[in-house]
Design a protein around this ligand. Structure first.
Ligand code: GLN
Length: 530
C-alpha cells in the first residue's frame, strides 16, 4: 500500500515547491524506497499545452506525449524516473471526466456536486497513479497557494485522503515563504502564520513546515514558525536559496528531514545514499572554466520558459567540469535594432537557438543564426531552432529568396519548413501536435552518430511543422546533411558536415537530460565550446 506526501504552499506561488517536492522524493528514494510524484494544477486548462510559456514557464513533455507542468521536469530530473501525463492532474481534466460521466448517465438520479463527485474523481486519479506505479511513496504537490478558491477541491480531497489512509500513511508538508524586510534586514513570519490559519480553516494541520528564505533563518524565527504552525521545532526545516537547486536535498538532509519523513511515515530509517548526487553538486560548484552560451529566443524575459534546456546545459557542464554562462538574446529586440548582433556573436563561444511558435521574433533569430554560421560558432538548434537554421541556410546559402516556414509565411515561394501531412486535417489545438518519445534513425558516420552511438534513438517531440523533404537534395549538395530521420522519412536532425558543431534537432533532447545522465547532445555541444 502506498503512502502519500501532500505538499502545499503558502504566502505566494513560485516558491520552489516543485524543487522541495522533488528533494523530498530524492531523500526517500536514496533511503531505498520507490517514489513517484504528481503535480496538481488547479487551472481549468486540461493541460499546459495551450498556455503561453510567459504564464507558467516551459511546457514539459513526457514520454507518452503529455504536455505538462514544468514541475514534472524537476521530478524526473531529481528522481531519475519517466513519468506520464497522468502525473499532472488539472481542474480541466477532473471536470472533463466528471461531466463526461454525468452526460453518460453514470450518476443518474443524483445531484452532481464538488463534494463528493469532484473530490472522489481527484482521489481516484491520485490512487490510479499509486496503483499503476506501485510506488512506496506518492508525492502530491498541490500547485498554487493555500487560500486560492480554485485549489479548494484538491485540498479537500487531500484532507479526506488523510482520513481514509490514516495518519501513518499520509503526510502534509507545508512550504512557506519567510520574506526579509530590506529596510531592517528582519525576517517576517506573519504571512506564513496567515497561511497556517488558512490551512487549518479547511481542516489540514501540517506535519512538517519547510520555510523558504533567501538566507539561513535564526532559531528564533524557526521557533515562531513552529509555534504558529503547531509543530515541533525539529519539524521546521529551512530551505534557503542555494545554487544549483540540486543542493536543496543536501541542505534539507543536513537538517534531518530524512529522519522526520521516515518517522512520520512509519518507514524504517535507512541512511540515504546520496554519494553520486553530492559528487555531481560538488563537480558543478568546482567548475573553474566558464563557457559563454547565447540563448536565442523570444520568451527570454522569463527564463523558466526554457527551463529544461538551462538544466541540460548545467548537467553537461558539470559532467565536463565547465560552467555555462548564459547570455540571453531576445529576438524581438534584435528586430528592433536594440541588439548589436555582431558583438553578441563575437562575445559568445556558441549558441542555442531555442524552440518556439509563431512569427514574432523570427527575423531576429534568423539574423543571429546567420551571424553565428558565418562566424563558425557552434550552434545547437532545438525544434523551431532547427527549422529557422534551415530557413536561414535556404535564403543565404542556397539563394532561395523569401524561403520560409509556412507557420510564418503561408504563401512563401519556398516552403522549406511546412506543416506535417497528418497535421493538415487537425482543427483542435489542444494536445494535437506530434508529441512524445518517437524514434529517430541515426545515419552512420555523422556527428549525430558520434553523439548517440546508436542506430535508433528515442527523443521527445512537440511540433506541427517539419523540414520539407522536397528541398533536401539542394541542402545536402551544399553540405547541410540529414543525420537523423523519422521512420516516415522526415528529417529529424540536420548538421553542417564541414563545421565542428552546427547541429539542429526536431526533437527536444533536453527533456531526457538528468543530472547524473546528461543528454549526449548537450554534452557534445558544451564540449565544442571549450
Ligand atoms: N513551431 C514549430 C512547430 O510547431 C516548432 C515547435 C517547437 O519549437 N517546439 O513545428
Amino acid at each position: 500500500m502506498a503512502k502519500y506526501v501532500f505538499v502545499t504552499g503558502g504566502v505566494l506561488s513560485g516558491l520552489g515547491k516543485g524543487i522541495i517536492t522533488a528533494s523530498i522524493g530524492l531523500l526517500l528514494k536514496s533511503m531505498g524506497y520507490s517514489v513517484t510524484a504528481i503535480k496538481i494544477d488547479p487551472y481549468v486548462n486540461v493541460d499546459a499545452g495551450t498556455m503561453n510559456p510567459y504564464m507558467h514557464g516551459e511546457v514539459f513533455v513526457t514520454d507518452d506525449g503529455g504536455e505538462t507542468d514544468l514541475d514534472l521536469g524537476h521530478y524526473e530530473r531529481f528522481l531519475d524516473v519517466n513519468l506520464s501525463r497522468d502525473h499532472n492532474i488539472t481542474t480541466g481534466k477532473v471536470y472533463m471526466e466528471v461531466i463526461t460521466r454525468e452526460r453518460r448517465g453514470d450518476y443518474l438520479g443524483q445531484t452532481v456536486q464538488i463534494i463528493p463527485h469532484v473530490t472522489d474523481e481527484i482521489k481516484q486519479k491520485i490512487r490510479d497513479v499509486a496503483r499503476k506505479t506501485s510506488a512506496d511513496v506518492v508525492l502530491v504537490e498541490v500547485g498554487g497557494t493555500v487560500g486560492d478558491i480554485e485549489g479548494l477541491p484538491f485540498l479537500e480531497a487531500a484532507r479526506q485522503m488523510r482520513l481514509e489512509e490514516g495518519s501513518a500513511n499520509a503526510l502534509f508538508v507545508h512550504v512557506v515563504l519567510v520574506p526579509k524586510l530590506s529596510t531592517t534586514g528582519e525576517f517576517k513570519t506573519k504571512p506564513a502564520q496567515h497561511s497556517f490559519q488558512e490551512l487549518r480553516r479547511i481542516g489540514i494541520q501540517p506535519d512538517v513546515i519547510v520555510a523558504r528564505s533567501e538566507s539561513p533563518l535564526a532559531p528564533s524565527v524557526v521557533g515562531k514558525l513552529a509555534l504558529f504552525g503547531n509543530v515541533g521545532m525539529d519539524e521546521v526545516v529551512n530551505s534557503y536559496d542555494v545554487d544549483p537547486v540540486y543542493d536543496v536535498p543536501i541542505v534539507l538532509r543536513e537538517q534531518g528531514l530524512d529522519r522526520i519523513l521516515a518517522r512520520k511515515l512509519f518507514l524504517e530509517y535507512r541512511t540515504p545514499d546520496l554519494g553520486k548526487w553530492i559528487e555531481f553538486v560538488e563537480k558543478y560548484g568546482s567548475a573553474s572554466k566558464t563557457v559563454n552560451v547565447a540563448m536565442v529566443g523570444k520568451y527570454t524575459a522569463l527564463h523558466d520558459s526554457y527551463l529544461s534546456i538551462v538544466e541540460a546545459l548545467k548537467h553537461a557542464g558539470a559532467h565536463l567540469g565547465v560552467r555555462p554562462r548564459l547570455v540571453w538574446v531576445e529576438s524581438t529586440d534584435v528586430e528592433r535594432g536594440r541588439v548589436d548582433v555582431e558583438s553578441v556573436v563575437g562575445s559568445v563561444d556558441g549558441a542555442v537557438v531555442l524552440p518556439g511558435f509563431g512569427s514574432r521574433g523570427v527575423e531576429g533569430k534568423i539574423a543571429v543564426i546567420r551571424a553565428l554560421r558565418e562566424a563558425e560558432k557552434p550552434v545547437l538548434g532545438i525544434c523551431y531552432g532547427l527549422q529557422l537554421m534551415v530557413v536561414e541556410f535556404a535564403r543565404n546559402v542556397l539563394g532561395l529568396e523569401k524561403a520560409n516556414t509556412t507557420e510564418v509565411d503561408p504563401s512563401t515561394p519556398h516552403p522549406v519548413v511546412d506543416l506535417l501531412e497528418i497535421q493538415k486535417s487537425v482543427v483542435v489545438k489542444g494536445g494535437s501536435m506530434r508529441l512524445g518519445a518517437l524514434p529517430i534513425k541515426i545515419a552512420a558516420g555523422t556527428l549525430a552518430y558520434r553523439i548517440y552511438g546508436a542506430d535508433l534513438v528515442y527523443e521527445r517531440h512537440r511540433h506541427r511543422y517539419h523540414i520539407n523533404p522536397h528541398y533536401l537534395d539542394k541542402f545536402e549538395s551544399s553540405g547541410y546533411v540529414v543525420s537523423g530521420e523519422s521512420p516516415e522519412g522526415y528529417p529529424e536532425i540536420m548538421e553542417l558536415s564541414n563545421h565542428r558543431f552546427y547541429f539542429g534537432t526536431q526533437a527536444h533532447p533536453e527533456f531526457k537530460s538528468r543530472p547524473l545522465r546528461p543528454s549526449p547532445v548537450f554534452v557534445e555541444f558544451v564540449k565544442s565550446l571549450i
